[in-house]
Design a protein around this ligand. Structure first.
Ligand code: SAM
Length: 186
């Protein structure tokens, strides 16, 4: 799909989300890495317009795509975003990854090698690269939210190493109110 088509679709989805809102026709919530969409469901139920960015919903929702990122950041700067929920992929950051070398859950980071252990096999490098990129993009999104006073929440497991990655810790320390919960919100 071309960037032009992605742009057209995103504009269409934004218009529709605003139209669907009974609370405000000028603002929407962004549910980034929305997964099953539990947060969106609740917000929609409460009358808000929501845009769900989940790669499985279509190419226009791929948050690693530069033109999609540009759109999200420009919306944050423009005042049309009422709040952001980020459920950044935790697959590469999880401490549950502690399997033997060669397995699908082999350890790929530790506290001393937060961006990746040396000598990893090829098959782990893609997961690592996506994890590092989406963590940096998440930090940039949060920074922009802080700058433009848009409320933002980051969902990740309490033991996730993402909380320790320097681009993320920099923004979290200015901003954060932490809360832990034992289960995901349905
Ligand atoms: C941690 S899960 C979301 C958890 C969510 N709170 C839920 O309850 O389902 C992260 C989600 O990000 C999606 N994802 C992975 N890569 C993505 C990308 N490049 N752009 C948008 N979504 C992506 C995955 O498909 C997955 O559903």
């Amino acid at each position: 799909m071309s960037d032009k088509h992605v742009t057209t679709l995103l504009k269409k989805h934004l218009k529709q989300a605003m139209k669907n809102s009974s609370k405000s026709r000028r603002q929407v919530f962004l549910d980034l890495y929305s997964g099953a969409g539990g947060i969106s469901k609740k917000l929609k139920h409460d009358g808000f317009g929501v845009l769900e960015f989940e790669i499985n919903r279509g190419e226009e929702f791929d948050l690693t795509r530069p033109c999609v990122r540009r759109f999200v950041l420009s919306w944050l700067r423009s005042g049309i975003v009422r709040g952001v929920w980020l459920a950044t992929i935790c697959k590469s950051w999880s401490r549950a990854r502690r399997g033997p070398p060669g397995s699908n859950w082999q350890k790929i980071r530790d506290n001393e090698h937060i961006y990746g252990l040396p000598g990893l096999p090829e098959k782990c490098l893609h997961t690592l690269k996506i994890g590092n990129a989406t963590m940096r993009q998440t930090a940039e999104t949060i920074k922009t939210c802080i700058q433009f006073r848009v409320p933002v929440c980051l969902e990740n497991p309490v033991g996730s190493m993402l909380w320790q990655a320097p681009p993320a810790t920099g923004v979290f320390h200015d901003w954060a109110v932490y809360s832990t919960t034992g289960r995901c919100i349905p």
